[in-house]
Design a protein around this ligand. Structure first.
Ligand SMILES: Nc1ncnc2c1ncn2[C@@H]1O[C@H](COP(=O)(O)OP(=O)(O)OP(=O)(O)O)[C@@H](O)[C@H]1O
Length: 228
């Protein structure tokens, strides 16, 4: 079905199988994320949300089950195909910004586009547009160290969306910010996402943010269930 951006079917993952340290993290995870849908992922610490986001974003492979992105079944696909789909269709944001420290905000949002073959002029124009929409245009020439935590995360969102991916995966994207800043940074994300048809799976401990998304799913005992 074309309106499903991310489909996970029967995903299983065990670390250190067959050893005393064995951890069965995912035990049959199913998910269908529709185009334009924003879903919150809540989970107790250590429940496996990072593992799940890495598998969904093609950074890791499951032991069993299938990952489909924009209708493409990635099962058994080689590194090149996985990297190509990841670069084009997936954007990541983490708790800490992971921006390149020696480059300005504008360059951090421009560079991923150049890697995808966009001309420098077009890439810079798109980067400025994204930075403007999240309210950090006047900081475009600054390096990450000269930005506040909230500004750094705004730039990180712009970078994640620079190549207009279909899927955004975020792991506690406002987790290191105070509640008021966290709220504003989340507003900035909604501003970027609105009307684009982008689907997002956003892990958060913040239930106020979770409740602002279309659905809330809980990862517990290796499975996803709708949160009460
Ligand atoms: N490479 C690994 N080898 C062995 N065990 C691992 C590995 N990666 C993760 N684990 C274990 O798997 C479980 C899930 O890890 P994961 O990082 O996915 O959890 P999480 O829900 O993101 O946790 P947190 O919210 O604390 O960041 C944890 O018990 C962790 O210790």
């Amino acid at each position: 079905m074309n309106d499903v951006t991310l489909r996970l079917s029967g995903i299983e993952k065990t670390y250190l199988p067959g050893t005393p340290g064995e951890v069965r993290v995912l035990r049959g995870v199913d998910l269908a994320l529709r185009a334009g849908e924003m879903v919150a992922l809540v989970a107790p610490s250590g429940a496996g949300k990072s593992t799940l986001l890495h598998i969904a974003g093609l950074l890791d492979v499951p032991d069993a089950g299938a990952v489909e992105i924009a209708g493409q079944d990635m099962t058994g696909r080689g590194d090149r195909a996985r990297t190509a789909v990841r670069r084009q269709d997936v954007g990541f944001v983490y708790q800490f910004h992971h921006l390149l420290p020696e480059f300005t905000a504008l360059e951090n949002v421009t560079l991923p586009q150049l890697a995808n073959g966009v001309s420098e002029r077009a890439a810079q124009a798109r980067a400025m547009d994204l930075l403007t929409r999240v309210g950090v245009a006047e900081r475009a020439g600054h390096r990450p160290a000269a930005l506040s935590g909230g500004e750094q995360q705004r730039v990180a969102f712009c970078r994640a969306l620079a190549n207009a991916p279909r899927l955004l995966l975020a792991d506690e994207p406002t987790g290191n910010l105070d509640p008021a800043t966290s709220d504003k940074v989340f507003d900035a994300l909604l501003e970027l996402v609105r009307g684009t048809g982008l689907s997002a799976l956003i892990a958060t401990h913040n239930m106020d943010l979770a409740d602002r998304m279309d659905r809330v799913l809980r990862l517990e005992d290796g499975r996803l269930t709708p949160a009460a």
